[in-house]
Design a protein around this ligand. Sequence first.
Ligand SMILES: [Zn+2]
Length: 135
Amino acid sequence: MSTRDHLGSCHCGAVRFACAIDWSRGTSRCNCSVCAKSRFWKAVTPSAVFRLLSGEEALAQYRFGRGEIVHHFCRHCGVKPFGTGAHPALGGPFHAVNVACLDDLDPEALAALPVTFEDGRHDRWDVAPGVTRHL
Ligand SMILES: [Zn+2]
């Protein structure tokens, strides 16, 4: 599976989005303090191919630490459909899309996605943490 267009939403449906995702880049889970608590599962895609369809007024923002990543969550249902940031190594402005918020992938397709683990807790994004089963 390479680049495909997808539709996604938060739980209550206030926030809806469309995006293209290059699945050859894989997906990732991270052990940083916020990803671990929310069990966030992400696919990173350029912001240029992400479009918010509805729910701008429903979105609230959360930042912590250096505040470089903006965590966008629905103020009604609490689900975080995506985070945003900008990093040269990731090709500039990006959306980290919550894979679990995509509405057009069936369980078999989700289960087949490759997952890379990142030791975000120690700012080592290219190294897997020693233990990953809980992420
Ligand atoms: Zn919602």
